[in-house]
Design a protein around this ligand. Sequence first.
Ligand SMILES: C[C@@H]1N[C@@H](c2cn(-c3ccccc3)nn2)[C@H](O)[C@@H]1O
Length: 447
Amino acid sequence: TEIYLKYGATNEGKRQDSAMQKFRDNRLGVFIHWGLYAIPGGEWNGKVYAGAAEWLKSWAKVPSNEWMQLMSQWNPTKFDAKKWAVMAKEMGAKYVKITTKHHEGFCLWPSKYSKYTVASTPYKRDLLGEMVKAYNEEGIDVHFYFSVMDWSNSDYRYDIKSQEDSIAFSRFLEFTDNQLKELAARYPTVKDFWFDGTWDASIKKNGWWTAHAEQMLKELLPGVTINSRLRADDKGKRHFDSNGRLMGDYESGYERRLPDPVQDLKVTQWDWEACMTVPENQWGYHKDWSLSYIKTPFEVIDRIVHAVSMGGNMVVNFGPQADGDFRPEEKALATAIGKWMQCYGKAIYACDYAEFDKQDWGYYTRGKNGEVYMIVFNQPYSERLIVKTPKGISIEQASLLTTNENIVVVETTRNEYNVSVPQKNPGEPYVIQLKIRVAEGTKGVYK
Ligand SMILES: C[C@@H]1N[C@@H](c2cn(-c3ccccc3)nn2)[C@H](O)[C@@H]1O
């Protein structure tokens, strides 16, 4: 039986309005983690910390007033929003999620509610505004990352243990509301808010505020999407409310990990977005990437395809340098992903879960016109790609997406086929497009 909730989930099932459909169809995003942490790049007082560079203040136990002195060094002379936007465009990213304010509290926009903003640095310009304009001009949607936890604000509380805590924290929530309203008013083309820094007891004890923040933004920005990580219900339950319903518009728990294509098919019932780092765990710029394993382009592409094959989005993280340029490894990665997306994007953009059982050779996606794509990462020595079709579905024809070369398909038993590999090995993950036939009365997405 259901329990009554005042601050539980507000929508039932996947949103089907055009704004959410655009969010979903975008599929591939870029995360930009840029803040004061890019200046030290993981090193403090001559010691290099291997932990996440955007958490250096925490690892090195730097007092906030000392940390904020970094503002006097904030001068990204190489920053060029147009170059950033072209890089994302060439990568094939359809949206960008920008850290408006990370845990440190430094604002990339000239907020009038904080003294820790770009306006009080040598490089006074409204960086967020320039980015929004440049990305939008390239046809790229802009999403805002916003950390509720703010290490620079003395009213922040990790927990509420006294009347004094309550009074301070309510001041903090008002400050946060003001910043959110300011972001919505200054940058009305923003399409999404991705909240972070919401795991503390103080937020869980104020689930009402998370429901209010979602409602406030949706009133100010019709169509805007809000991630589940913002939300806590009446009982402090996060992401999914006490009745098991997803709060917000999409599930945002897959950070540096992905659902299993066999065990976790439940995620196909709701919208979700994963995000990933190129090193094992670095979001902000770290000067020494040799301390970590750096994923190759194909390893990043595997994760993008994995997410889409299960009905999710993938956001690939970039940590710009303090000077406003990107490190060479990230430029090379963006180029490599863009090259692949140019050839195979048809199997990614506006595609979804295909309801075919996962096979070892790779992943399936389904296009909007009922076509099924096989994205092959692991070509078997048998040179036969096993395909098991759902009940009522048969394979009519198969072709290599890039050349339209016909691919021979042999039925091996009921609902099982051997799909041949291309005559010439493409030498990279490739896509076979399947034309399927759907029998009368078939259930599921192909009916
Ligand atoms: C999207 C990513 N989320 C931030 C994060 C949060 N956490 C974290 C660390 C300890 C407990 C709970 C959450 N680790 N990283 C990272 O700094 C980055 O912004």
